[in-house]
Structure formats: C-alpha cells, structure tokens
Design a protein. Sequence first.
Length: 116
Amino acid sequence: MDEFDKILDSILDEIEKNPTSDVDKMIATKMDELGLSEQGKALLSDTNNYLNAYDEAYAKLQQAKENGETRISWVQKSLLEIAKANNLSDEQAEQLLSDLATESEKVLTKTKNEGE
C-alpha cells in the first residue's frame, strides 16, 4: 500500500468512526495531522471532490429512477446539461452523445466477448 492509500484509509477510518462530523473539516484536520505537502493536500482534495460529485450524480440518478426515468435518458439529459454549461453548439452536443454511445457499445461488446 502506497502512502496515498494509507492516508486515504486513515481519513476513511476517521469518517466511519465519526459519521455525523463535518467531513471537510475532518479531512483538513487529518491533512494537517499527517503533515501532507501542498501537492498531497491538493490530491486528497481532488479525490474528495470526485467522491462528492459521484455521490451527487448517484443521488440524482436514483431520484430520476424513482420518477420513472430510464438510466439512458438520465445520462443523455445530464450530458446535454454539461454541453450547455460548456457552451457547446447543438452539433457538438449531438456529437458528444453519439461518440459516447459508440464507445459505450464498443466496451459492452468487448466485455461480452472477452469477459473483461
């Protein structure tokens, strides 16, 4: 286990022990306790941001499912929102959806054929 994994495990253990605590404050305290470098703090902060984004997306997907929306429909709508937020043209947004569908199909086919 590398140093980053040890640090992340330490923080996750602390969160499990104190589930009602403010996670952001706990992470900041733990980073100081562990003497993390600025680069280490940035990496840990980025990881926390990704986990938060995943959690938010998962909650939105679950809400959409409860409202009868399909996963594909939710993904498409989410991608269109991302395209709009990044000022993509309609053509670029359509290309994004098309490219994602094509790549998803390739991965699915490969997984079915190769079991990966």
